[in-house]
Design a protein around this ligand. Structure first.
Ligand SMILES: [Zn+2]
Length: 384
């Protein structure tokens, strides 16, 4: 039963509002998306409106429709409806544009054997930094997404690529309500004083960009394959850990090059360290948390992070830089060689939460795990 029939009355109402909004905007790409998405609600064919969404160049960046399939526990086929109404943060989006120009240079300097580096990176996914003014449906259920990458339709992705949206005010709220209090409790005081939002957000951006760098299509025993295929169920965990740690490596490179301020250098490391504890709270079975344990344990073994006399974590700034490059090297080399057995053995040893870390996590039980947004602007508007 197509959604356009099953939910016909709701979708007719929603399409009516989209057309009203389309009539009110003077921005052609926004009008085009709203009209085409309204038509998709009736036809159940989202292709043209997904293309229009990729072409959006407007101050308001809406995402509305059936997208993610995680709610379908049977087959992951049925998408759930969601909506994000966001306003583009032009200044932060422009800051990103600057990073795009650095990506090939970063690839050329990756701390791996040079035969594993890519001479020419593919086109990068456009990235928008936005602030959310309203969300609903699947987009406002459970843990709040701080970024998303759409559309999911492979035809559109093949033709137009995909777009990453970073939700800056959500990131800020998560930082203020969760990460900053964690940092104040688990880090040595001198390190805790350096934790800051800009470091957190800039690293989150770099994490996204680094997904596009490093080995992807590889050769194993003369056979063309992909990292994903070779590393199987370990791929997601390693790819996320790669984006985290190589993101940190990349920030250091940009500090050295003068693209980012030298004054922020230490802030990147300590904010990342506080963030590892935030992720580890999700538990030792969760992929992101296991990947984070691997990173933290590696940094501790390298002496880049240690537990001080008071039981708190501290960064050794003399060692952290080499350790971050070393871990980037290890992960990317496993990916480049598609060495599943090595990855499984390594992750098996490194994904544990050690007692000194568990003790710190146990001190955080009264802090929130996530945020719940309240849309004060939207709530203040007259209901339709
Ligand atoms: Zn990621």
């Amino acid at each position: 039963m197509p959604y356009s029939l099953e939910y016909q009355s709701e979708l007719v109402t929603a399409a009516g509002y989209l057309r009203e909004a389309a009539a009110l905007t003077g921005q052609p790409t926004l009008r085009s998306f709203l009209e085409k998405r309204a038509a998709a609600f009736a036809s159940n064919d989202y292709y043209a409106s997904d293309v229009a969404w990729m072409d959006l160049a407007s101050t308001i960046e809406p995402t509305i429709g059936p997208y993610e399939v995680y709610e379908d526990y049977w087959f992951n086929y049925k998408a759930a409806f969601e909506a994000f109404i966001t306003v583009v943060d032009a200044a932060e989006t422009a800051k990103l544009g600057r990073f795009n120009g650095e990506l090939q240079g970063l690839e050329d300097r990756l701390p791996i054997d040079k035969r594993f580096r890519r001479a020419k990176l593919g086109a990068y996914a456009p990235l928008r930094v936005v602030n959310v003014v309203f969300s609903a449906g699947d987009g406002n259920a459970g843990v709040q997404a701080a970024a998303y990458n759409l559309p999911n339709d492979e035809r559109v992705v093949a033709e137009k690529g995909s777009k990453r949206i970073m939700l800056r005010n959500y990131q800020k709220a998560k930082f203020e309500k969760v990460l900053a209090p964690i940092g104040a409790r688990v880090l040595a005081p001198a390190d805790a004083a350096l934790v800051d939002f800009d470091s957190f957000f800039t690293h989150a951006l770099m994490h996204e960009l680094m997904h596009g760098l490093g080995p992807q299509t590889i050769e194993v025993g003369g056979r063309a394959t992909t990292v994903r295929q070779e590393l199987k169920e370990l791929n997601g965990l390693l790819e996320e850990a790669k984006a985290d740690v190589s993101g940190l490596w990349a920030l250091q490179q940009l500090v050295d090059k003068g693209v980012l301020p030298k004054a922020q250098e230490r802030g990147f490391y300590v904010t990342f360290l506080a963030s590892t504890l935030r992720t580890l709270r999700f538990g030792a079975t969760e992929a992101h948390a296991r990947g984070m344990a691997l990173q933290l344990n590696y940094l501790m073994d390298a002496g880049a992070v240690h537990v001080d006399a008071g039981g708190r974590l501290a960064v050794d700034f003399g060692k952290v830089r080499a350790a971050v490059a070393g871990l980037t090297h290890e992960i990317m080399t496993v990916q480049a060689t598609g060495d599943y057995a090595k990855a499984r053995d390594w992750i098996g040893r490194m994904q544990v939460i050690r007692p000194e870390i568990q003790r710190l996590i146990d001190t955080l039980t009264d802090l929130p795990v996530d945020i719940r947004p309240e849309f004060v602007t939207a709530n203040s508007l007259d209901p339709p």
